[in-house]
Design a protein around this ligand. Sequence first.
Ligand code: NAD
Length: 353
Amino acid sequence: MFNFDYQTLPWNIIFGTGALKRLPGELADLGYSRALVLCTPDQVIQGQGIVTLLGELAVGIFDQAQMHVPAATVDQAIDRVEALKADCTVSIGGGSTTGLGKALALKLGLPNIVIPTSYAGSEMTNIWGITENDRKVTGRDNIVVPTLTIYDPELTLTLPAKFAGPSGLNAMAQAVVNVASANVNPIVQLMAIEAVRALAHSLPMVIAEPENMEARAEALYGACLAGGSLGTGTTSLHHRLCHTFGGTFNTPHAETHTVLLPHCVAYNAAATATGTQKLAEAMGVDNAAVGIFNLAKTVGAPTALKDIGIQEADLDRAAAIATETPVNNPETVTKERVRELLQRAWAGEMPRA
Ligand code: NAD
């Protein structure tokens, strides 16, 4: 029962309200002086703010980060790095921007400083992804783990509520699969349980009281730990299904996680009874799957695949693709049972085994 392998990642984290102001000093202490700031077109104002904060330590901005890190975007960013002789990147944004910084670290060995503004948690993992010819290739490599991550909850104040809920549930998924999993790693599980507790406690307040900085700090802390559990832990049927829907049907990332998570927890409940009970305790509910479903509703996040662009006719194909190859999962995975799970998730029904 207590047999496990555990390897940590080279995390270097500063967490705190107002922590952003430490960026110039920390960057200089690390020995960098030519930072290229990365952001999406939606966050140019925040990106420019970082350029201003860094002053002469910044050499420019690349504001074309995109969801799923297209290879063409990586190439453009590499050209910018080379033209400006940048010696590090500073990503400000969600998982898409962090993903671009990671891709540059992978391709160029370029140090990446990350300032997360959503709950994606990518900054805590060694997972990279680059999309070429409609196919996202992913891998694990410690070189992509940020040289430094600065979490400042104030930066989430601009996160639209309709995105904050699903983003928080996306984080929760990373932790949930490491509480109720096939081969529980006890060290990762500790981090994951605390992530589930913090997210379940804080997310409703983040939505109901957007200015509540205590809640925002707790949610970002939960996302940090959730990402850490994904980085050092495992994935299961849940991530396989999300990858299938995102990759084949182009559903939105965080919303897909939100809809599928309660159904995957219910699917595995009998096979991981102890872990599932720990999940329920961390959330303060009787039934973990129902608790996650209700949490999604409370934060105004979608709970049905039919509401995020999936047709009922797509479900057979999705079940077939997701079960084509073996899945690391506590409960045996069959196409038929997955198809049943998807039917309930499509209709937005309550999760059940
Ligand atoms: P995202 O980064 O695409 O962000 C969605 C939109 O919200 C973007 O336009 C972004 O600029 C904007 N945004 C983010 N924070 C904001 C803020 N505070 N204020 C205003 N606008 C803000 O989406 P995401 O959900 O953060 O990340 C999803 C991506 O991250 C996916 O591609 C996913 O595969 C990847 N991801 C990777 C890992 C990993 O370990 N490699 C983990 C989780 C997610």
